[in-house]
Write a protein that binds this ligand. Structure first.
Ligand code: XMP
Length: 514
């Protein structure tokens, strides 16, 4: 049995962070929309209710049937979660005199309450709410206050409810992790056994059961997620998995061959399709970023579909979708944060069922699973790379010649990142979330090489640090490193006479240029 904490998402910006914290204590958790409590799941050991942008008395505020889980499992309410329970059981929630935001200090009254195990006096907490609980329902009592907030934490021991009106999941709440751990480990009884090894073991077992003797197809991209997904499925169903790897001609230099080599080493059954001629032909003349993306998306599905149809009895389509990819579809407030890149989809008439074994994992966890499966380090550590490949890193029309120029410049940059070892022993490649080179092909500038005048394109180097690609900062790469890469590119790559470094963060920019 895989113990599990269910986090019900009421739309807070920090729900994901609650999930991260629970995983950091080696406990599996699922973040589900507030109204999708899984009634038939026997593995649940506790429930956490997230915050929300709403007030409990807003007409459109999210409400939930508490009888589904209160009394059955220990429950921790956070912020809105705390207010909603208090309100629903007959307490009073009112607008706070002034918005309660920022640092505060917690005074707790029950030193033996398991929620406060290991707490120090006046522990700093982080508040962010417009409402406050002014009266608790019968059977509930206050267990902590701050200067401004009387009911900063409360409990109802009979119903096994605990609640806090601050955000323990953010780092500014200094003992927030301790509080969450007290709930998950001491109150809910987590054995803290979630690990890459246990994930592999449980998932392989589940996949065997789910897929039986069915045939499964999977699109490989060379990236970490699809590769880990394939390796996991390979372990579960072996020869019944067929992977399709489409080369659209816009991968990194020699990448197709290198990655195929790695896949062979892993024993994967891969159908490799070189469709680059088709992609280049269809991209001819296209300059608008969205048009280019659409052409590539359409061609990809056509090529993939033609191959997939050859596997006559396939019943499943496996995808390496991971948790951050799904945030938009899970974002219940309806605000689009990032469009979902990986759900392409084969024509409906193929009637393939979707299998997404990594859908609950964060990127670093996918990497841990990859290592557990014995995948080569270079494949496991690979930076994210966009589906449309270098096409979105060549501004304007894409041609095979421009791809070659960009591949050469990019190869110098990426290899240099691998080769630069920092003082702490980590390479620059490992320090950044993602790096790549952009060919600014509509721009030409003058240079001088030897005695010759040049009139060529610049490239922009991009490197960002990030947790999940939703936000990103430009990486502060050392000047000596940038100087050497610039020199090497200009001297070795014909067609490039200038190198710039992109110092934009996301937002307001994006990671890719197109
Ligand atoms: P942006 O440019 O939106 O990119 O900041 C966020 C992350 O998504 C990657 N990306 C893609 N991945 N198909 C993908 O599989 C795509 O069409 C695509 N476009 C962007 C990008 O590299 C970054 O990691």
């Amino acid at each position: 049995m895989q113990q599990k904490i269910v986090i019900l998402d009421f739309g807070s910006q920090t729900t994901q962070l609650i999930g991260r914290r629970v995983r950091e204590m080696d406990t599996f958790c699922e973040i589900l929309p507030y109204n999708k409590f899984p009634l038939d799941d026997n593995n649940i050991i506790g429930v956490i209710l997230s915050g929300s942008p709403y007030s409990v008395y807003d007409e459109e505020a999210f409400r939930v049937d508490f009888s589904q889980f209160i009394g059955k499992y220990p429950v921790l309410g956070i912020c809105y979660g705390a207010q909603l329970m208090a309100y629903t059981y007959g307490g009073k929630v009112e607008p706070a005199g002034s918005r309660e935001y920022g640092r505060a200090h917690l005074k707790y009254y029950e030193a033996d309450n398991p929620l406060f195990k290991g707490f120090v006096k006046d522990s700093q907490v982080w508040m962010s709410h417009g409402d406050t609980i002014t009266q608790l329902p019968e059977g509930f009592h206050t267990i902590a206050s701050t200067e401004q907030v009387k009911n900063a934490a409360y409990t109802n021991p009979n119903k096994r409810i605990w609640a806090v009106q601050y955000h323990p999941e953010v780092h500014h709440s200094l003992q927030g992790f301790q509080l969450l751990k007290n709930f998950v480990v001491d109150i809910c009884g987590s054995k803290q056994q979630w690990s890459a090894a246990s994930f592999v073991e449980t998932t392989v077992m589940e996949l065997k059961e789910q897929l039986g003797n069915d045939r499964v197809i999977l699109g490989l991209s060379g990236g970490v997620d699809s590769s880990v997904c394939a390796t996991l499925l390979n372990r579960a169903i072996g020869k019944n998995l067929t992977c399709i790897f489409v080369d659209h001609g816009m991968l990194r230099k020699n990448e197709f061959a290198k990655v195929m080599e790695a896949y062979k080493g892993l024993g994967l059954n891969v159908v490799a399709v070189d469709a680059s001629a088709k992609f280049f032909a269809d991209l001819k003349g296209a300059t608008d970023p969205e048009t280019k993306r659409k052409i590539i998306g359409r061609d990809f599905i056509e090529v993939f579909d033609a191959e997939a149809r050859k596997i006559k009895d396939a019943k499943w389509l496996a995808q390496g979708t991971i948790y951050p990819d799904r945030i938009e579809s899970l974002n219940i407030t309806g605000k689009v944060i990032k469009s979902h890149h990986n759900v392409g989809g084969l024509p409906e008439e193929m009637h393939l069922q979707l299998c997404e074994p990594l859908k609950w994992l964060f990127k670093d966890e996918v990497r841990r699973v990859g290592r557990q499966l014995g995948m080569p380090e270079r494949l496991v550590k690979r930076h994210p790379f966009p589906g449309p490949g270098l096409a979105v890193r060549i501004l304007g029309e894409v041609t095979p010649d421009k791809v070659r120029v960009l591949q050469d410049a990019d190869d110098i940059y990426i290899e240099a990142l691998h080769n630069y070892v920092c003082d702490d022993g980590e390479t620059l490649y490992d320090k950044v979330w993602q790096a790549g080179t952009v060919l600014l092909s509509p721009v030409k500038s003058v240079g001088v090489m030897g005695d010759e005048r040049t009139y060529e394109n610049p490239v922009a180097l991009r490197a960002v640090t990030s947790m999940d690609a939703m936000t990103a900062d430009w990486a502060h790469l050392p000047y000596d490193f940038l100087a050497k890469v610039s020199n090497d590119i200009i001297n070795k790559v014909k067609g490039v006479n200038r190198v710039c470094y992109d110092i934009s963060s996301k937002p307001p920019s994006t990671i890719e240029w197109e």
